[in-house]
Design a protein around this ligand. Structure first.
Ligand SMILES: *[C@@H]1O[C@H](CO)[C@@H](O)[C@H](O)[C@H]1NC(C)=O
Length: 326
């Protein structure tokens, strides 16, 4: 068992390194999106290290933060492009994304603030909040996940109001999920890969109890349904991990779906629906190959995510304070 999991890690990292070499080679020629792996090489060489140090220190104190940082990145990029509107504070006139219902589980803003403060001392006005979050999202790597190299060079958005209409709702069926991800340019397979980020997280009872209440969910293992009920007996804010290793990035999330132990209805539906089941199967078996495939696809989907509607030049700004528009 130990050697098996070691193999999984080694192969996953190996594929990650190959992918890194590919992105480095590609990165030197700036893409149409203006993003590059070397964006801060001359502009602010210590940018990566500063963010990484802030994140690692925070993770040492609270390993659960890994899930939050990845979620922040997804949440921000998926809605209207990675422009860090997710970080803007609410004013009385506008209920910012941070405070809206779908975002209640968002934490980890302090980590971003701390990194920003340090960067302002070293290279003032250079590193966008958008890029800080993209760099922080690589925490999956320190949680044992694939190298998650996301190119930099984004500007922060100037939008004040963020809506969450474009986020997948907890009651969506498979076709609705496929549709929504499709609108953002993701295939069903990429959606299943991205959902694997749940391997690091927890869900509150409030987010899954509705689908439990409709009697026995045929897609769910009855023993696991009891576990979910038990968690909920502690109240709506009681948390249920998505898989057995919630601070380790691995394929146990997909494995749980295969065992009909998906926490959210939008998790289990990925296995219940014929359109997505084969991708879950492709990632979830305990062979080294399956996890490596998940790691590889996840890495690529995250890079794609990080390039959604990127703001460049005059369309954006470098936010001096990540919580406020300049
Ligand atoms: C999914 O939900 C939509 C909207 O409610 C509905 O039109 C569609 O038939 C549903 N699809 C399946 C496979 O249940």
């Amino acid at each position: 068992m130990t050697s098996l999991s070691l193999d999984k890690v080694v192969i996953g990292k190996f594929l990650g390194v190959i992918f890194l070499m590919k992105t480095v080679v590609n990165g030197f020629s700036f893409g149409v999106d203006g993003l590059s792996m070397e964006y801060y090489l001359l502009r602010c060489p210590s940018a990566e290290l500063i963010v990484k140090t802030a994140v690692i220190q925070a993770l040492e104190a609270d390993p659960k933060l890994a899930a939050t940082l990845v979620w922040l990145h997804f949440h921000d990029c998926f809605i209207e492009g990675c422009d860090r509107s997710v970080l803007i504070d609410s004013t009385k006139q506008n209920i910012a994304e941070k405070d809206s219902l779908g975002s209640l589980s968002l934490r980890g803003f302090e980590v971003i603030d701390k990194a920003k403060e340090q960067l302002q001392n070293v290279c003032p006005g250079v590193v966008s909040c958008a890029d800080i979050l993209a760099m922080a999202a690589r925490t999956v790597f320190w949680a044992g996940g694939p190298l998650n190299d996301i190119p930099n060079g984004r500007m922060d958005g100037k939008r004040k109001i963020e809506d969450i209409i474009n986020l997948p709702a907890p009651f969506f069926n498979a076709s609705q999920l496929i549709n929504m991800f499709g609108q953002r340019g993701f295939s069903a397979q990429e959606m299943v890969a991205l959902s694997g980020a749940h391997t690091l997280g927890m869900a509150r009872c409030a987010s899954y109890k509705k689908h439990l209440m409709h009697g026995t969910d045929p897609d769910l293992d009855s023993g696991f349904a009891k576990t979910l009920f038990k968690t909920c007996s502690a109240g709506d804010t009681a948390e249920q991990p998505f898989d057995a290793t919630r601070t380790t990035f691995d394929n146990l999330y997909h494995n749980a779906l295969q065992r009909k132990a998906g926490v959210l209805s939008t998790d289990q539906i990925l296995y219940a629906s014929a359109e997505t089941k084969r991708y879950v199967n492709g990632y979830s078996f305990s062979y080294a190959f399956n996890q490596a495939r998940f790691f590889f696809d996840f890495q690529q989907a995250m890079v794609k995510l990080s390039k959604l509607d990127v703001k460049e030049g005059s369309k954006g700004e470098e936010r001096r304070n990540c919580h406020k528009i300049n």
